[in-house]
Design a protein around this ligand. Sequence first.
Ligand code: SF4
Ligand code: SF4
Ligand code: SF4
Ligand code: FES
Length: 946
Amino acid sequence: MSLDKEKDFGTPARQSEQLVNLEIDGFQVTAPAGTSVLRAAASIGIDIPKLCATDSLEPFGSCRLCVVEIKGARGMPASCTTPVGEGMVVTTQNKKLADVRRGVMELYISDHPLDCLTCAANGDCELQDMAGAVGLREVRYNPLGENHLGAVKDQSNPYFTFDPSKCIVCSRCVRACEETQGTFALTIDGRGFDSKISPSQNQAFMDSECVSCGACVQACPTATLIEKSVIEQGTPEHAVVTTCAYCGVGCSFRAEMKGDQVVRMVPHKDGKANHGHSCVKGRFAFGYATHKDRITKPMIRKSIKDHWQEVSWEEAINYAASELKRIQAKYGRDSIGGITSSRCTNEETYLVQKLIRAGFGNNNVDTCARVCHSPTGYGLKQTFGESSGTQNFDSVMKADVIMVIGANPTDGHPVFGSQMKKRLREGAKLIVVDPREIDLVKSPHVKASHHLKLRPGTNVALINALAHVVVTEGFIDEAFVDSRCDLESFNKWRRFISDERHAPEAAEAVTGVPAGEIRAAARLYASAGNGAIYYGLGVTEHSQGSTTVIGIANLAMATGNLGREGVGVNPLRGQNNVQGSCDMGSFPHEFPGYRHVSDDATRHLFEQNWGVTLQGEPGLRIPNMFDAASDGSFMGLYVEGEDIAQSDPDIQHVHHALRSMECVIVQDLFLNETAKFAHVFLPGSSFLEKSGTFTNAERRISPVRKVMAPLGGYEDWEVTQMLSNAIGYPMNYSHPSEIMDEIARLTPTFAGVSYAKIDRLGSIQWPCNADAPEGTPTMHEQHFMRDNGKGLFMLTEYVATHERTTRMFPLILTTGRILSQYNVGAQTRRTDNVAWHAEDRLEIHPHDAEDRGLKDGDWVGIKSRAGETVLRALISDRVQPGVVYTTFHFPESGANVITTDNSDWATNCPEYKVTAVQVAKVGQPSEWQQNYQAFSEEQLEFLAKE
Ligand code: SF4
Ligand code: SF4
Ligand code: SF4
Ligand code: FES
């Protein structure tokens, strides 16, 4: 097999209605105005030599390798910086041009190690290619003259090396860091011959601001910046396009392989969500897939006090099925259920909910979206008629004002964060609503116009105050509301929100945000032209999460910021397939496509297709499953890809529920925290080992393609199918494409989706059906998806959370993510990403730290009404006084020991973001942590030994 390289057109594509005709080497070419001559030539297969240009970056014109002659023009202009002109006549090759290019290359090569044969980039180096392309045969300069060949390598980054002896100072890396990533970590230090690339102030990469996104490595035309995996394994030989399995951006990657080993993951230029960009997780943190902790043999045991016993797949599946049937016979049909994960593919999730509804005969299926974006599903479905984000990511490039509420895109959704920063550098204005100073508030060349630093738990009061300004200061888009919205609900809402109790002056006392700031932010958003709202778990994970989502929808409708590019309401989904797992019917009350189980027509459709009678009553939600388990009425659970024993709130209650069950079946890559309470372990397959699709935060269905055989022998959907057959509900799919065909047949929004179409288009945004055969980038363009086509306004009374600060618990703990780690950390903790974040810390404001006599790095006990844990302190003014903050990527941190069982009124989404706590200096781990450690060590001892 050979590695088909992606073509590099030299400079970015230009969008223009105006087309320009010119002649290049005797061929007629037509290109949009603004296109470079270099790109126009490449578009007809004439590849002009180049070094400092690449099509992901704006042209720079420094190397002069791409010179051409243009009839009537003086000298030899660089084709990368010369735009096409009407009637232009261009010559790309003659003796004079060849001589100039050879001269340029001779100079470069004279200061470059001549170790091509042993260089890691041999065969994948643009400098080498260009030396060949210009016919360089000898270098006349003295090899012992002044040079940079002795420059010292920087190996500090765990994933790539920087060898300045090979650098040609083309500045592609510097521009990639600025233009693509927006971090500005690299500079060119010095001038002329002395100029060199420098991370920050002449620091090592790991000590600089570098966030290891890999954009510079991608852009480097030489082996100066190169992946360590390529140095170790050699250049890859073939590539498979697939989709990142980490966050909801859904970046497209080429898995570049050698045999069945992944050498590197390279962001795919044609990826519509990422356009060739990546972050440290998708680009580099794939080593977990082949980590030694993977469990690849099925295991069973009678009790969690027993050692695990390795068994054949057949034995494990039959045991699991017989246990489930035994439990149902003893405790009733509703005594078992299942939980799917947003890390699973659409096809896997669909199959799990089908197994539970049709095979178990109940609706006890839920998903981890319960604990993150279920309020989005509820709030947007009620108001807009469809529970999804309204835009594609590229829409942000047309936004004039961007409001980010309770989200941290540069850490949680990094590639989209970079795109957003690009738009902000172009001049769009930014409003950040967050209790903490996230990076976006102030980063190189980006500064928020307003940071509304509200108290955790007061989102609804703030959104209401913004809406109050819109209504009372005349910012309503009357034409939009008249034609697109339900007027009765609007008039009711207008009266409600105009009341003085929603005025910014009243909200100030509740939120802590000065009224003037709220007014100014509301005016900015409402008069923007295009105002776009992006929000995250800081909105949803509250007791009023659904109310805030509804408030955001009201605000966008009232200002007419819906139904076109540049605007919209955009939930940033945490995990790779949160959108898809919700779409696939993994909630207990909904079939695929968000149709209620009590709807007779829908239920009959599924009954006919699945050949069984289905329950018309919603099943148990995750927290209800735990309650029922503790009460003794829910005794069997099938968990695919989810780690509820770490990620769910009030973890001591969860652990008690898991201990109470008679059969817990876990299908996963590792012996995760939940598996420590399990009786059957079924080896899962990583995203590299299976086929399927993920749906990202823009409703984009992207392909997941198998690049290696499953280490455990089966893809996850096959395991679910085996379990279904064993309990007596037959399934006979031979490939996930057949599952997608069934989804399309039974789900109107997916009616036009097929693997063949995904292969042809690369990805598809649903709805994809007869009305939109190639998908829908922007929702609600002509009408809302509700039955009458009108957007519905709903009242959003602010109700303070029960979780209040008191003298005993005077601080509010809120939680979030960090760039290098992902969710419960099961994957990223098993990669070199721990170099950036090896433990969860408690951020605390200097004043609060001083009050408690805390220094940076001290061990602190964090006590809430639910429990106590211990972390090290990180003193930071990113948090406001009275608020402390932590991440939750390490099980031993026990962040969910202290979160309470408060939850959203509509969806039960836990209130992770507001916990009243006390913080004090301590000398040892909490009792829970000590017990956890002992339990965890015992469970690892129980693993079957080789
Ligand atoms: S490190 Fe690579 S991209 Fe950067 S200037 Fe040197 S050769 Fe060019
Ligand atoms: S890896 Fe990314 S952040 Fe780091 S220097 Fe390169 S482009 Fe900049
Ligand atoms: S932004 Fe998200 S989808 Fe993209 S590479 Fe990073 S983790 Fe993967
Ligand atoms: S490629 Fe045009 S000047 Fe370098």
